[in-house]
Design a protein around this ligand. Sequence first.
Ligand SMILES: [Zn+2]
Length: 126
Amino acid sequence: MTKYQHIRENLLARRAELMSRLERITSDVRHEEEPLSADFAEQATERENEEVMDALGSQARQELQLISGALRRIEADEFGECAECGELIAEQRLEALPFAETCITCAATAEKNLTDSVPRKSAPPH
Ligand SMILES: [Zn+2]
């Protein structure tokens, strides 16, 4: 478990960063609960801002979930094991992608399946 200590620290730092960002977003949105101004153009801008804030917020929340998941796996000593085949995920991959739940082989397979399921227009006739 100590093996992933620095990844855990990175995740904790990232989580703190995201949480304070979310807090800022939430307080910004709350700010906008004041009655909307009568000016239409201004209203549209306000709505746009809200949508951007929403998108940022859900992105941050999604990442927070991934971080919590990774932290939980570290605590449970399951971190670094592929969720598909159970092999150890290369440490290099974990450094780059601490939320990775599968090893590079399984990830490549999943990606290939995804690509294969998309019909290709240029496929030659059989
Ligand atoms: Zn795997």
